[in-house]
Write a protein that binds this ligand. Structure first.
Ligand code: PEP
Length: 252
C-alpha cells in the first residue's frame, strides 16, 4: 500500500529559542509540499513555543514517561506533551535505549501510554554494527518490533488511523555519515513489515516505516524511492531549513 511520505526531524538535545527561526523557515517551506507529512521533534523546552508559532507541520516529543503523572523527577508524561500541543512522540530511539537502558517492554508501555494520551507514536528499532556483522540484523530488529510496538484495542485503532509509525534506524548509521545500502534498507523494511502484519493483521500494512541514519539532501531521493520506505527520521540534517527542506523535496 502506498503511504503519504512522512519526514520527521529529530533535533535531539539541540536547540534554544533562537532555533525557532529554523522551524519557522521549515514550516514556510512545507507549504510547497502538500503531499508530504512533515514534522519536527525539538527538545521538550521548545515544543510549546514551536506549536504556538507553526501550524503547518507536526510537532512531537522525543520521549515520554509511561505514567500519566507522579513522583518521577525530570520526566515528562505523554499527557503533558499532548497538553502542550504535541501531536506525536518518538519512542525507543537507540540513544534512549543506550543512554537510559530502555528495553522493549518499557518502550511498548510508553507507546501504549502515548496512544492513550491521544498522541501518535514513532517506535524506533535498529541493530548495532556488531549485530549486523554477526548476521543478526534481521533477527534483532524483528525482535525489537515484536517487543516494542503498542498492542491492544487502542493500538488497533491507532494503526487503522495512521498514528503508529516505526523507524528503522541502524545504530551504526546514526550521526556517522554511514548510510545503509539501499538493498539492505529494502530487506530490513520488508522484515519490519512482516512483523507488523503478524501483530496487526492486514492493518499492519498501514504503518509507515521510516528509514533513519545519516539521511541528507544527497542520499534522500534514493532512500525514499526504495521499496517499503515510507519516509525518513532525520537527525543532523533536520537542524536547518537549508538541510531539511531538500529532503522533504525528495519525498514530494
Ligand atoms: C536520528 O536522530 O534518528 C538520526 C537518524 O540521526 P542522523 O540523521 O543524524 O543520523
Amino acid at each position: 500500500m502506498p503511504h503519504r511520505p512522512y519526514i520527521v526531524g529529530n533535533w535531539k538535545m539541540n536547540g534554544t529559542r533562537a532555533m525557532l527561526a529554523e522551524a519557522r523557515a521549515i514550516a514556510r517551506g512545507a507549504a510547497r509540499y502538500p503531499d508530504v507529512d512533515i514534522a519536527l521533534a525539538p527538545p521538550f523546552t521548545l515544543i510549546g513555543a514551536l506549536r504556538a508559532e507553526v501550524s503547518e507541520i507536526g510537532v512531537g516529543g522525543q520521549d515520554c514517561h509511561v505514567a500519566v503523572k507522579g513522583a518521577h523527577t525530570g520526566d515528562v508524561s505523554a499527557a503533558m506533551l499532548a497538553d502542550i500541543g504535541a501531536d506525536f512522540v518518538i519512542l525507543g530511539h537507540s540513544e534512549r535505549r543506550k543512554d537510559h537502558g530502555e528495553g522493549d517492554a518499557l518502550i511498548r508501555a510508553k507507546a501504549e501510554a502515548a496512544l492513550a494520551a491521544g498522541l501518535g507514536v514513532i517506535v524506533c528499532v535498529g541493530e548495532t554494527l556488531e549485530e549486523r556483522d554477526g548476521g543478526k540484523a534481521e533477527a534483532v530488529v524483528s525482535g525489537q518490533v515484536d517487543g516494542s510496538i503498542p498492542l491492544g484495542d487502542a493500538a488497533a485503532e491507532a494503526v487503522a488511523t495512521g498514528k503508529v509509525a516505526v523507524a528503522y534506524e541502524p545504530v551504526w548509521a546514526i550521526g556517522t555519515g554511514r548510510v545503509a545500502a539501499v538493498e539492505d534498507v529494502v530487506a530490513m523494511h520488508a522484515a519490519v513489515r512482516a512483523r507488523l502484519v503478524a501483530a496487526y493483521g492486514e492493518a499492519g500494512e498501514k504503518v509507515r516505516i521510516l528509514y533513519g541514519g545519516s539521511v541528507n539532501a544527497g542520499n534522500a531521493a534514493d532512500l525514499l524511492a526504495a521499496e517499503g520506505v515510507g519516509g525518513a527520521l532525520v537527525g543532523g540534517a533536520s537542524l536547518t531549513a537549508d538541510a531539511f527542506l531538500p529532503i522533504v523535496a525528495a519525498a514530494g
